[in-house]
Design a protein around this ligand. Structure first.
Ligand SMILES: [Zn+2]
Length: 187
């Protein structure tokens, strides 16, 4: 039998201490960890293979990304993955902990049915400075101009955000797939 190396011992200790720090919370993974998988793209890893109606529903619970918070935001099967090629709404804030939004492409969990579809979610006040017009991916039955009406989705427990966006007077909401953490797939 070989003895563990010092590096292995340190690795085991640090794994232990971080798991005891989060002992009341289930293990979660970042979006970036799914991007690093060489064999499957994040879409495949994060959506249910046989979703109804061809919708790509989330296969994992969605959690607040803040270390030590871990509030459940969305149960599995509730959001639908959509790819957006134009019309980013989230602000580009250099002080934010999130990667800057891409103006050319983004992916969101689309939740058409309002706040009660979430487990926990908070909303900011309408951002009067956000004058982005109605993005092309907004459902066609939503009428009118939402300039100045964008509300950001924030963690209901710790206020971290924006995790996505919604708008004043509407039910639909979009959670940025890159700004949340994911639980394990239920067996
Ligand atoms: Zn939180």
């Amino acid at each position: 039998m070989t003895q563990p190396t010092q590096a292995e011992i340190f690795a085991a200790l640090s794994a232990q201490s971080s798991s005891s720090f989060n002992r009341s919370q289930p293990p979660t993974s970042t979006y970036q960890s799914f991007e690093q998988d060489q064999n499957q793209d994040p879409l495949t890893q994060l959506t249910i293979a046989e979703s109804e109606n061809g919708k790509k529903a989330n296969s994992r619970r969605v959690y607040c990304p803040r270390d030590g918070c871990g509030s459940v935001i969305l149960l599995d099967g509730v959001g639908e993955w959509i790819d957006v090629n134009e019309g980013n709404v989230l602000p580009d804030d250099p002080s934010s902990p999130f990667p800057p939004p891409s103006s050319s492409h983004g992916s969101y969990w689309y939740i058409p049915t309002g706040p009660f579809s979430f487990e926990n979610i908070g909303f900011s006040r309408p951002d009067k400075t956000n004058l982005n017009p109605l993005p092309p991916h907004t459902p066609k039955d939503i009428q009118g101009d939402i300039s100045g009406k964008v509300k950001y989705l924030i963690c209901a427990e710790c206020d971290l955000g924006p995790l996505g966006w919604s708008f004043d007077g509407g039910k639909a909401a979009w959670l940025d797939v890159r700004r949340v953490r994911y639980g394990e797939v239920k067996k």
